[in-house]
Design a protein around this ligand. Structure first.
Ligand SMILES: NC(=O)CCC(=O)C(=O)O
Length: 261
């Protein structure tokens, strides 16, 4: 089954949810009638890393962001990995990925497990406790947020539960963009899975972000790779290719888990 993927590689206006929502609505309308099946947004796309103002600008239980994405998914009949948003809950603010299908149903929420100290997340955000596994359009996915990709043991979890497509949403700085590219290719090759990754571009007061959103096949070949500018990165994935690659080199039969702990 072929799935047409569109990654919205965008700049994010620092601490300005209204501005960013208007921008995302325009991007969806530009993508209308182009037969996309799945659209991705980046990490913290409503607020950016304006972490000191999260009390004012985060979204209570992510309700506003969920309703906004539900409206777009239904209007344009497309499944959406709605990036992540600053999600204010009773015990603190989480960095939460939202997944909504084309009927507007909330399929999955995942709050970032690994907080990134270099960008002060541990001072302002709570670490999530959710599973990264979900099913969308009959395909099993693993969904991750940025720094999570440095933890291969966490990425492996949904794969062992049947995932064939790994999605990543990010605000990954240009300074370490080689790590982003290398880690994503490694995650695709070692898990024999598609990787679809959305990174932002532009700058905030502390960092410049490197784009290079990408779609990688389960053999590690680059299907599409963005620049460091705003653009739609698009490509087609064929979920059946995963089985072919896993037959060619049967790593999941050859694992020796009893030796791994
Ligand atoms: N937003 C993030 O989690 C950034 C992670 C990052 O830059 C890294 O090097 O890891």
């Amino acid at each position: 089954m072929n799935i047409k993927v569109g990654i919205i590689q965008m700049n994010i206006e620092f601490g300005s949810p209204e501005h960013n929502r208007t921008k995302v609505a325009k991007a969806f309308s530009d993508l209308a009638n182009k037969n996309y099946d799945l659209i991705l947004l980046p990490e913290l796309w409503t607020t950016g890393y304006d972490l000191t103002r999260l009390d004012e600008i985060s979204d209570k239980n992510a309700e506003e962001s969920i309703a906004f994405i539900q409206g777009l998914a239904k209007k344009y009949q497309v499944d959406v990995i709605g990036g992540s948003v600053a999600n204010q809950k009773e015990d603190g603010v989480y960095n939460t990925m939202i997944v909504i299908n084309r009927n507007g149903e909330l399929i999955h929420e995942y709050s970032k497990l690994h907080l990134f100290k270099l960008m002060d997340e541990h001072h302002h955000l709570e670490a999530g406790k959710d599973s990264p596994s979900f099913t969308l359009a009959n395909i099993k996915f693993g969904g991750f947020i940025c720094y999570d990709i440095r933890f291969p043991e966490w990425i492996r979890k949904p794969v062992l539960e049947g995932a064939t497509v790994l999605v990543v949403v990010a605000e990954w700085p240009t300074a370490r963009i080689d790590h982003w590219i290398t880690l994503l290719r490694a995650r695709a090759i070692e898990n024999q899975s598609y990787v679809i990754a959305c990174n932002r571009v532009g700058a905030d007061p502390n960092n410049t972000f490197g784009g290079n959103s990408m779609i990688i096949d389960p053999w590690g070949e680059m299907i599409a790779q963005g620049s460091d500018q705003e653009e739609i990165v698009s490509g087609i994935i064929d979920a059946e290719k995963v089985a072919e690659i896993r037959t060619r080199i049967p790593i999941f039969d050859d694992r020796r888990p009893s030796f791994y702990n």
